[in-house]
Design a protein around this ligand. Structure first.
Ligand code: OAD
Length: 263
């Protein structure tokens, strides 16, 4: 599945970046966006749900849909892939190196698996801010059961200006949070190894990160059960699910789960 040279590259790397997308959380029960049938964008229209215009036009529809996703994500647990990434970060750190996790996911499963300093490029579904004055506000608890796809719900009002709260996520047409993007781009350019895990590599600027790493001479590894196009330029194409491929890679590079890291 992966050659000894990849294992050696990981063992010797001082700087590792793991870029994750929706596929990294799929085995936790969170739907991806573009997988056929199960992907959110094959069942829901992003133009009606994931743009500033959609929110202004129908805030109850958009807020209710995000409440559904927020509740769903809260009930899901990290999977073996998240755990393997956290374990690799720990091993690389113990050796004096750095492993940065850059995620396009708005869940907190990397954090709950023990990864530190996660860079969220597309925001955090557990937070919200006022759509008018921008003040950060806790979103509050959704009332009752949230059905599949959500149900219309009036967004809470900002206590300062009365504007509607919106989820703290990046919508189509919006800029990425500048500090997160800057950290991610710097980490990718400095990486010795970059793992691109569970992303279709279609949404920019996140999809530029493996290219930044390649341009700087890094080894780029894709982990995905399906081709995305990135495999054409990546050094390694590990076909499989994150929850299987990553634990095997972590075991091979840093010793089996629970064992002391071999220096
Ligand atoms: P996509 O849904 O576009 O891609 C998910 C990828 O995960 C696909 O390439 C799948 O083959 C792969 N996949 C599925 N199951 C997997 C598993 N168990 N292990 C590993 N890979 C698996 O999701 P993203 O690339 O994350 O943006 O989408 C990027 C952005 O588009 C999202 O952040 C979101 C969306 O619109 C915003 O909301 C701003």
């Amino acid at each position: 599945m992966h050659g000894p040279d990849l294992v050696r590259a990981l063992q010797q790397a001082e700087r590792v970046v793991v870029l994750t997308g929706a596929g990294a959380s799929a085995e936790s029960g969170i739907p991806t966006f573009r997988d056929a049938l199960t992907g959110l964008w094959s069942r829901f229209d992003p133009a009606r749900l994931a743009t500033e215009e959609a929110f202004r036009e129908d805030p109850e529809l958009v807020w209710g849909w995000y409440e559904w996703r927020r509740v769903l994500m809260g009930r899901c647990a990290p999977n073996a892939g998240h755990a393997a990434i956290a374990r690799m970060q720990q091993a690389v750190r113990e050796r004096g190196g750095a492993l940065d996790v850059v995620t396009q996911n708005v869940d907190d499963l990397h954090e709950r698996a023990g990864t530190r300093g996660v860079i969220h490029l597309h925001g955090d579904i557990g937070s919200s801010r006022c759509a008018d004055c921008g003040a950060r506000r806790p979103p509050g608890d959704p009332h009752g059961e949230v059905p599949e796809g959500g149900r219309r719900a009036v967004p809470p009002r900002c206590p300062a200006c009365g504007g509607p709260l919106r989820p703290e996520v990046v919508w189509f047409g919006e800029e990425l949070p500048a500090a997160a993007w800057s950290r991610a781009a710097t980490a990718a350019r400095a990486a010795d190894v970059l793992l691109s895990v569970g992303t279709s590599s279609t949404v920019y600027p996140a999809a530029s990160l493996p290219r930044f790493a390649l341009e700087s001479g890094a080894r780029v590894v894709q982990v995905n059960p399906h081709p995305t196009g990135l495999e054409a330029i990546a050094d390694d194409d590990l076909r499989g699910r994150a929850g299987s491929v990553l634990p095997a890679l972590a075991d091979a590079a840093f010793g089996p789960s629970g064992a002391d890291f071999q220096r």
